[in-house]
Write a protein that binds this ligand. Sequence first.
Ligand SMILES: [Zn+2]
Length: 158
Amino acid sequence: MTATPENLQPIGLKLSAQQALGRHLLACLPHEACGVLVGTAAAGGMRIDAYIPMRNVAPDPLHSFVPHPEDWVRALYADPAPIGLFHSHPHAQPLPSAADLQGLAALGNTFRIYLIGSPGTKETSSPVLKGYYIERSPDKNNKCAPRLIEATVYALLK
Ligand SMILES: [Zn+2]
């Protein structure tokens, strides 16, 4: 993931949303946590205002996530509609897995942001968060499968 277009805008995450997400990540350990992100496209990049946690009902929640259908439907009909999806990698780096990339095709076009978090190591006690834009335009080989492009995530203090 080194190809970051120069015009790619950073993802601003409201501090309260970041804290809610981090708390959910830690509360779900050792299982994966998942939830959706509510926000808007703002001047200077995407802005995430809130995090809505979802229950993970995957058969193997240690290594995968499947949102509870009730939570998922509620999230899809939330107003405003969610603009992003979050899940955690409790036992690995916050980098997209093959399954994560396959799952992108199931997300509606309102989903533009993809966040992955991991609990901090012993050295860094706070969770590590990586942010990506979901890119749906054809790539240079004319393949249309959605892919992830890494972006900078920063905390908005208000
Ligand atoms: Zn994953």
